[in-house]
Design a protein around this ligand. Structure first.
Ligand SMILES: [Fe+2]
Length: 493
């Protein structure tokens, strides 16, 4: 962003008499009026009339063309440019060589239009900056995956948009009266991880002072003095703005330029202040939403257990499905986040059964076709229950598709093969296995061996073969551990 500046003002000087407009007007008057009158007087007293006429005409020409006309033309030039400016155009410079008052007027006009052009450039630059920032933050919001990612993106984009080389967001730890880094960004690579960054006491360094006093600060100094370490040799410029919520500073957003010759402007400060207040509100909303969401999750988890409690045959089924699913995920090398999703999806996979009538849900005999159709609605009902919870977004598709079959003959969408989300393919195996080895009102439970054989038989038909293979490994590991524990002699033997 261009730093605002003005053209140097020339020192007022005393104008020589021959440069003054008044002098030139007198001179023009002399040539055009005084000399002709003098010549007429001389003619009356005997001067040759031919010579007299030549002198009168010559004098008038000199007075008009050499003195009066250039002055009038300069005035017209200035007037035309002023008129253009008042019509909203940028007329450019007035080319004048005169040293008189008209020349001074033209130079003053040039200075004003130059400053105006600079201001327009600055405004345009600010407009571009805001647009760029809004677009980047908009993208960040669309790709929302949690407040932490969003904050990192905001800090990074604010720093980039302000042509800063570093940026950080620190939050106030009210208990310890300290600031700690929530997120940081540096042009030269990842910022120092938060756990390795020293905390700042309130009032310590610029950020600490900003948090304590609750007002923005701009400064230029050495990086160490600005609280950005000593990685850069030369002085830098810093802008630090408090994140205020109901008049209390809950954090500080700071940006640093490594070149002190480019200090932050008032415009930069307004922009970061505006971003800071948005962040403060977003963080508060996030905290409130988190509370609401936590309550909602606890409620639906309780509902999931309530559904199970209706049917004594399915007691503990959901938790076991979650457990098996995460074990399968572990064998398949899935990351910790996905394993957590699988556990939650296991607990919630049949939550939709809460919308199925008890006479169908608890029927001891096989369901009729119509009853089957109603029962098959439970993944869709479950999806609708889980969908409003932002932190369970990854669970939604798994709840919806846990009754799909690998060959495409499942429900509700009839998805086939890899089109079924992997988590849903895993849930399907975990769910069916647990159902097979549990007593049901209309049949006795299968043995583990029979259930394993059943899974193998339908691998590639009903189940994903890779998932079945992983689950067989889970069961084999479990058997191995059981055998090992049985083989161990008692501790006091
Ligand atoms: Fe189900």
């Amino acid at each position: 962003m261009t730093t605002s500046s003005t053209m140097p003002q020339p020192a007022p000087r005393k104008r020589p008499a021959e440069e003054r407009l008044e002098y030139k007007l007198a001179l023009a008057f002399g040539f055009m009026v005084f000399i002709p009158v003098l010549v007429i007087w001389a003619m009356v007293h005997g001067l040759n009339w031919g010579i007299a006429i030549c002198v009168i005409v010559g004098s008038a020409f000199i007075g008009y063309f050499a003195i009066a006309r250039p002055m009038v033309r300069s005035v017209l030039k200035v007037t035309a440019k002023v008129a253009a400016l008042s019509d909203g155009e940028l007329p450019g410079k007035i080319e004048v060589t005169e040293q008189n008052e008209i020349g001074e007027l033209a130079r003053a006009f040039n200075r004003i239009t130059h400053e105006l052009e600079q201001k327009i450039d600055e405004l345009e630059s600010s407009r571009q900056l805001v647009k760029k920032l809004l677009s980047r933050i908009g993208t960040a919001i669309v790709s929302y995956e949690g407040i932490d990612n969003l904050l990192t993106l905001i800090v990074e984009n604010a720093a980039v948009a302000l042509e800063a080389q570093m940026g950080s967001l620190m939050l106030v730890d009210g208990e310890k009266q300290e600031l700690y880094i929530k997120t940081g960004w540096s042009l030269n690579g990842p910022a120092t991880p938060p756990d390795q960054t020293p905390r700042l006491k309130l009032g310590e360094g610029i950020a600490g002072l900003v948090a304590k006093e609750g007002r923005a600060m701009r400064a230029t100094s050495s990086p160490a003095a600005l609280g950005f370490g000593s990685g850069h040799g030369k002085d830098g410029a810093v802008l630090s703005v408090p994140l205020k919520l109901r008049e209390h500073a809950i954090g500080v957003i700071t940006v640093l330029r490594t070149d002190a010759s480019k200090p932050f402007t008032e415009d930069d400060e307004s922009l970061v202040t505006s971003i800071g207040s948005q962040i403060a509100v977003a963080m508060e909303n996030y905290r409130l939403n988190l509370d609401v969401e936590r309550t909602y999750i606890e409620t639906i988890m309780a509902l999931a257990l309530a559904v199970e409690a209706k049917d004594p045959y399915s007691a503990g089924h959901s938790k076991r499905v979650g457990f098996y699913a995460s074990k399968i995920g572990e064998v398949m090398g899935l990351d910790q986040d996905t394993l957590r999703v699988l556990t939650n999806a296991g607990i919630l996979h049949d939550i939709g059964k809460i919308g199925i009538k008890d006479e169908i849900l608890l029927k001891a005999t096989p369901l009729t076709d119509d009853e089957q159709k109603i029962m098959q609605q439970h993944p869709i009902i479950g999806e609708a229950i889980v969908k409003p919870v932002r932190s369970l977004q990854n669970v939604v598709a798994l709840v919806r598709h846990h009754h799909e079959r690998y060959d495409g003959a499942g429900y509700p969408a009839g998805l086939k093969g890899d089109a079924i989300p992997l988590g849903a393919r895993i849930l399907s195996v975990a769910d069916t296995y647990d159902a097979m080895v549990t007593d049901r009102p209309y049949r006795k439970r299968m043995t583990v061996e029979d259930a394993k054989a059943e899974l193998q038989k339908f691998a590639g038909v009903q189940y994903d073969p890779a998932v079945v293979e992983a689950f067989l490994k889970v069961l084999a590991d479990k058997e191995q551990r059981l055998t090992a524990s049985h083989a161990q002699p008692p501790a006091n033997a």
